[in-house]
Each structure stands twice: as C-alpha cells, then as structure tokens.
Design a binder for this molecule. Sequence first.
Ligand code: NCD
Ligand code: ZN
Length: 356
Amino acid sequence: MNATTQIELIQPDDWHLHLRDGPQLAAVVGSSARIFARAIVMPNLRPPVTTTDQALAYRERILAALPAGSLFQPLMTLYLTDQTSPAEIERAKASGAVFACKLYPAGATTHADQGVTDIWRLQPVLEAMRALGMPLLIHGEVVDPRVDIFDREAVFIEQVLRPLIDRLPGLRIVLEHITTAEAANLVRAGPETLAATITPHHLLYNRNALLAGGIRPHLYCLPVLKHERHRLALLEAATSGDPRFFLGTDSAPHPLRAKESACGCAGIFNAHAALEVYAELFEQAGALDRLEGFASRHGPDFYGLPRNPGRVRLFQDPWTVTLSYAFGDDRLIPFRAGELIRWRAELVQSDTHDLP
Ligand code: NCD
Ligand code: ZN
C-alpha cells in the first residue's frame, strides 16, 4: 500500500500559545499565523495580563505585529491571581475578546510567580466563570518542592483537580499540556466539561531526550518530559478521536542566552513546525485520518466557537529546520533545529469567521 502523500484539513487553531511581547512577539507571531487561524494566547507576560483592559491592549499589539494581510485571530486570556474578582470575569466576558482564564499555581512555571496560592480562595471567581461559560485553563502541577518533579502533575490531579471537578460541576476546564497517563485517563473518564491539550514535544519525546549524551536545554519545558509509558498514553489519547483531546502547541520561545544557561528557562519554541510534527506523529501512529479532529474540530467545539472555513494542505516534501531565528536582541533555537521534517503545510484558503 502506498503511503499517504497529501491530505487536506479544516484550518487548525492552536489552543495554547505563548506569543511574548515587543520585538519577541514580532519575531514569532508570523510562525503561528502562517497556518493557524486562531490561538488561545497565554497571559504570562511581565507584568501578567490580569485585567480585561490589559488583554485588549495586548490583543492590539499582537494584531499590529502580524504580517500584512494576515487574518490570524488572537483569542485572549486572563491570568488569575489571588486578587482576581468576579467583576473582572464579567468584564472579560463582556469584552468579547477574552475566551478563557489561566490558572498558574504560584511559582509553577515561567512568570507564574504572581499565580494563585490557594485555588479555594478563588471560589467566587470560578463560580462566575462557570455561570458565564468561561473556560478555566489549568497548568496542572503542584509546586511543593518535596514532590518529585516527575510526579507533580499526577499529585495535582489528586490534590486539586478531582476536588475542583467535584465542587464545581459544570465549570469548563482545560488541563493544559498534559504529560501523564494519569491526566489522559482522568480526561477520558471525566465529564464532558473537561478537556486537555497535548503538545508536539510531549508526543514525540520521553525524558531520556533531555539527557541524550549531555544536557539538552532546548528540550526543557514544564511540565517536564516524562517516562516513555506516559508518552505512549498521550499518543494514544491524541490519536483516539476522543473530542476532549485537542491541539495546543505550548510554543514558548526564550532567547538562546536564557536557555543555554546554568539555570535555563522552561519552554520550547515549536510554532514554525507544529502542525507538520503532529502530522508525522499521527502518520506513524497510522491515524492521519484523525488529525483533523484533533487539530481543527475538537478545540472549537469545546470552546463553542465555529470551525474555521479555511483549509490547509499537508503534503510530503521533506525540509530541514533552520538552526536559529532572530529573536529581539538574541537568537531563538527552534524545536528540531537542523533536523528533517517529512511534512510541509500550506494554506489553501484562509477565510475567517467574524467572532461573536
Ligand atoms: C512556558 C513559558 O515559557 O511561558 N514554559 C513552558 O515550559 N511550557 C510556561 C508554561 O506553559 O508552563
Ligand atoms: Zn504554556
């Protein structure tokens, strides 16, 4: 049987993306806008995007940084803190530009120091979100340094997420960038209001890749890469056709100097090749026919947004990833730098819907 050499998909969206700001934003936004119609934009800037006004201003900066003619739509999020009020959630919803709120346990990851210290204190905010149908996006790791770093997601699920689901039924929750079999199982067995995003890097690599012949800072992200058994569970979930699993790249660029350092930052930049890497993975799993659901249908369906009218074509035409990109006053080392990628993606049509 001949291998598939070309497929067409509804234009996909990225449901978890870091675009940064200023010259860094200008350097990376085109990589996402090249293929994705929309993206849920993470609010972990410095200072974080905690108010609707800040989200609207950030949205304008993103639109201004887009390549000429791009129809890419940034879907904004608010960064929850101990001070977030239910009134701010109402303003966010009324703006029509904010599509979710992000929960970072304080200190869990890059720029999470102003995150939430005790989720139960936010109960009125979470109730407002539930009433307004505003999804809660969760970085699902405990921050207790006594918990082994490879166990922090599984412990978060037991200590925080299960009680949250029980206490606030109906709240729409996306467990972001899942990395464990425990997370995949929780979502599969959970209510319809619970979903998860899965990154290309957690589908492609296990934790050995971090220490392959030496320390590999460009594969360091949070949650950290896990054991092979978890990677296989994620691959199974992503390619299963279950509509609660969808594409979120967690593309998270950092300057070379901040990655190749005695204390390197967490985050992998993959926007330049994300859809193509997912295509390789789905192809290897014999599930190319399920890529459209994961990349283009499950996300908008969960968020209650229309699927994109545009289309993309994926075809087999191997290309080599650039070794580095300009990134503000530094360089950016992309995911799979210098490696061959078998698939190439291009837009067929790029119409977009007007947002509600
Ligand atoms: C992200 C970043 O750099 O903003 N880093 C990462 O390793 N994924 C933050 C995050 O999503 O945890
Ligand atoms: Zn992220």
